[in-house]
Design a protein around this ligand. Structure first.
Ligand SMILES: [Zn+2]
Ligand SMILES: [Zn+2]
Length: 278
């Protein structure tokens, strides 16, 4: 049987659809033998995830995805093998979630002024878990018929230059790397494409982050082309960063994001992360 690996997936504890248990079942079914749960801003699902993974005979790693301050794109980090009871990190995460909550209320107000009425209850019901984020708002907008697709909700209203966008609390990139390291995590830059940097600027940025503890780079992630993959491999080699990869899986049927895959039918190649013993 083929074995796949996937170092970046989301559960219903953040903006994914499947519970940590359902994710494990889906991973087993897809032939994934190493999988890391990286919910946004919460470690709430990691204990259940790793325990149930063990009982199903796969290597399930506790992880997290943390967003840092960034203009003109996204700066996200995955922290793998992160502790779920390191108080300084938990305090930051709580602050981040609270800031998301206040932000969601403001987004709903803006949408209402644009003629789209969504209640806080509708939003909570859609989210279900600890983290309530823009993808949940997008799904409610879609279900209510305000937009024709999930993507349209972002493109027209919710993206950083959209009329319903509201900013929220985030750490500076270096601070994000440091706190994840302090929480015992192996830290990699997630989907570097989303930083929207020129090649040379990307190299310099990652070199700088390496000085505060960055260890890895997601070479394989959705919507990354072959030229970018080659570039990320080169950067990994030059800076001594470990190559990782993840599907950034949020829900079954999401195009190009099958568990263990970074493209529709292209598996993430077998990766070794010596820092994690996998
Ligand atoms: Zn991300
Ligand atoms: Zn993600």
């Amino acid at each position: 049987m083929s074995t796949l690996n996937d170092f970046h997936v989301h559960s219903s504890e953040s903006d994914g659809l499947l519970s940590p248990h359902e994710l494990i079942d889906a991973a087993v079914e897809s032939g994934v033998s190493v999988v890391a749960l990286c919910d946004h801003d919460t470690t709430a699902g990691t204990a259940r995830f790793t325990e149930y993974g063990k009982s199903r005979g796969i290597n399930a790693l506790p992880g997290i995805e943390l967003s840092a301050e960034w203009k003109g794109g996204n700066c996200h980090f995955v922290g793998l093998s992160v502790s779920d009871d390191y108080q300084p990190l938990e305090l930051i995460l709580e602050k981040t979630r609270k800031s998301r909550g206040g932000r969601n209320d403001l987004i709903l107000k803006k949408l209402s002024s644009l003629g789209m009425d969504i209640s806080a209850t509708q939003l909570r019901d859609e989210a279900g878990g600890e983290v309530v984020a823009r993808p949940h708002i997008a799904r409610v907008m879609l279900n209510a018929g305000y937009v024709d697709s999930f993507q349209e909700a972002f493109d027209k209203y919710l993206s950083s230059d959209g009329p319903a966008y509201v900013d929220r609390f985030r750490l500076a990139p270096k601070e994000a790397v440091k706190i994840l390291r302090d929480a015992g995590a192996f830290v990699a830059i997630a989907h570097p494409r989303q930083l929207a940097l020129k090649d040379s600027d990307l190299f310099n940025f990652l070199a700088e982050l390496k000085t505060v503890g960055l260890q890895g780079i997601e070479v394989y992630s959705p919507n990354t082309d072959d030229r970018q993959i080659a570039l990320y491999k080169n950067i990994a080699a030059e800076l001594g960063l470990t190559q990782t990869g993840g599907s950034d899986f949020h829900a079954p049927g999401q195009s190009g994001r099958g568990l263990g895959h970074y493209r529709e039918s292209t598996p993430i190649p077998p990766l070794t992360i010596p820092e994690l013993g996998v």
